[in-house]
Ligand binder design. Structure first.
Ligand SMILES: Cc1cc2nc3c(=O)[nH]c(=O)nc-3n(C[C@H](O)[C@H](O)[C@H](O)COP(=O)(O)OP(=O)(O)OC[C@H]3O[C@@H](n4cnc5c(N)ncnc54)[C@H](O)[C@@H]3O)c2cc1C
Length: 311
């Protein structure tokens, strides 16, 4: 039984981990250059100093026992820590948000830098198409990408899955990464202030050090309204909004970079996972439950359970 998973974010890797633990031969493909998905950590070299920003997900919380068991393992491995500044029960990856993803992908067979453009049927098996995709055939294909990217892969084979994904609409998020020359007189986190949905002193998260680094996110409404603006304009607007929110003029910035997430916070199809046992084609991801890291994990784990249930 050979299984291909498309997408090495939290959902795809949770699925791979469970399947591999039961002896299945799993290969995960990701178009990214390294581990993270939306739990991304961005690096910038500025005047001989390396700056780090969690420019995707900011922290996660834990409700389900299955996820709690996983978080205990990560804590023992030193790749997550509590971060009370974001609220009781908040956790972050250490030294970056992508650390748990890195840890999971190390234990699996993951191929980075391969974008799967299509999947096709070859007799009873599946073939992946795209530059760098392997020549081999797989018995099972599992799609673990954001909802908006599912349709292109699923539509020719499974219109109901493509439709389900099309109905799930994500919120965008403009994200500003900024390093200041001096410490700001402000709390470590700030929520819902004008254009800003969330801002955090990235350098105050556990396991970080160095320059005064902030991640400032536009609210979903503001990000949607300004989605097609250029990055320089967005940077100016978010810095202005941030200065208003902290009620002070800001120290000079030694580095700024704005990132537009078109698909940041997913909808929630309420299904857990999607599994077509006849075709041996499935899907997992936050969008099948709701826009949280824990949900991505649970969706991946649930899909693995369904696949294992069918042999
Ligand atoms: C700005 C932002 C802030 C957020 N804040 C929080 C938060 O504070 N707390 C929280 O719990 N959640 C937060 N989230 C949501 C959280 O990041 C997601 O719910 C979770 O990471 C989704 O995991 P996933 O595996 O479903 O998808 P992803 O992490 O998106 O993984 C999908 C993977 O598929 C790959 N891929 C896509 N298409 C292809 C293809 N054709 N071929 C190969 N590979 C492909 C991508 O490179 C990616 O690595 C935030 C997200 C963003 C963007």
């Amino acid at each position: 039984m050979t299984i291909a998973i498309i997408g090495a974010g939290m959902a795809g890797l949770a699925c791979a981990t469970r399947l591999a633990a039961q002896g299945r031969a799993v290969t995960v493909f990701d178009k990214g250059r390294g581990p993270g998905g939306r739990m991304a950590t961005r690096r910038a070299e500025v005047a001989g100093e390396t700056l780090h920003f969690d420019h995707g997900a900011q922290y996660f919380t834990v409700r389900d026992d299955r996820f709690a068991a996983q978080v205990r393992e990560w804590e023992a491995a030193g790749v997550v820590a509590r971060w009370p500044a974001a609220g009781e029960g908040a956790w972050v990856g250490t030294p970056g948000m992508n650390a748990p993803i890195r840890e999971m992908s190390r234990a699996q067979n993951v191929v980075f830098g391969v974008r799967i453009e299509a999947i096709s049927r070859v007799r009873e098996s599946w073939q992946l198409r795209g530059e760098g995709a392997p020549d081999m055939l797989f018995d099972t294909v599992l799609i673990a990408v954001p909802a908006e990217q599912v349709g292109a892969l699923a539509l020719p084979h499974c219109p109901p899955l493509a439709q389900l994904a099309t109905n799930s609409v994500s919120d965008p998020c403009w994200t500003l990464m900024v390093a200041f020359d001096a410490q700001l007189d402000a709390p470590d986190t700030l929520r819902h202030a004008g254009a800003i949905g969330w801002a955090a002193r990235n350098s105050a998260k556990p396991g970080r050090s160095g320059a005064e680094c902030w991640v400032i996110q536009g609210s979903p409404e503001w990000s949607r309204a300004n989605l097609e603006e250029d990055a320089a304009h967005v940077t100016r607007l978010l810095l202005e909004a941030f200065a208003n929110a902290v009620g002070a003029s800001l120290p000079p910035a030694r580095h700024t970079a704005a990132h537009r997430w078109r698909y940041a916070m997913s909808g929630g199809a309420g299904l857990g996972a999607y599994w077509d046992a006849e075709q041996r084609l499935g899907a997992c991801g936050d969008w099948l439950l709701g826009p949280r890291i824990e949900n991505a994990f649970l969706s991946g784990d649930t899909l693995a359970e369904r696949v294992l249930g069918d042999g």
